[in-house]
Design a binder for this molecule. Sequence first.
Ligand code: NAP
Length: 265
Amino acid sequence: MTGNGTTNGAAERTAADSGAELAGQVALVTGATSGIGRATALALAGLGARVLVSGRDEERGGQVVAAVRAAGGTADFVRADLRDEASARALARQATALAGRVDILVNNAGVFPFGPTAETAEYDFDAVFGTNVKAPYFLVAELAPAMAARGGGAVVNVTTMVAEFGAAGMSLYGASKAALRLLTQAWAAEFGPSGVRVNAVSPGPTRTEGTAGMGSALDELAKGGPAGRTAGPEEIAETIAFLASPRASFVHGALLPVDGGRLAV
Ligand code: NAP
């Protein structure tokens, strides 16, 4: 347990002591330079995967790679600014060229600007959908067929609890993640018969660099759920790692809420 009462779980395990259930597998984690993505990269590396850490910030990416290596894992940084089809396909091709294959794709990179619908500019709309929907769409388009051809693979999409209910000020963000939730189900139908499992986690309020500026508003959001507190990024990463692992071998097209119970009440 850590000081804030969260468990580090898979993030603390090394490939050696975990039985290395993802040994020999290559995992591409988008948005792995920060928050939930960084914790996911550490968790997957702890299970034995070779992790491709992706993001825009090379310095923080290098720090995540160093942390994985210090824990006995294998990682490389692949820079990408995910906004459109071209940037997504370029990342997929670069990752495949570097590691030879991608067995696990975690679509975690995301932006979450909040604000009134009346004040949202078309530029912001396109930017949110570009990073949160278009990039995952074309990453899957580029990588899932190769997974299917090999007869197996896993995709985990990171959505949000505010894709599941209406929240003032979160129309654009929630709608983009609701699209990703539907894509999770559509891709499960499309690629599942070829052995590619596609699932999603729906996090609740989680303490990350991205939410640091929200201050007490994050705590207020968290109070609506039975757990009554915010999550640590490792708690979300643990579930992502589970869905990516063979332990979830019969889980297809699921949306797993990791939100302290907020969607249940
Ligand atoms: P974060 O700390 O802000 O990290 C976001 C990550 O996404 C960073 O690694 C960032 O890369 C990357 N990213 C952003 N825009 C990008 C772009 N255009 N191209 C490539 N990478 C980009 O966020 P977080 O809180 O960990 O959130 C991670 C995911 O969980 C997001 O999809 C978010 O919507 C979702 N989520 C978060 C919460 C929460 O409360 N934290 C709740 C529900 C869902 P650089 O830093 O290198 O630029």
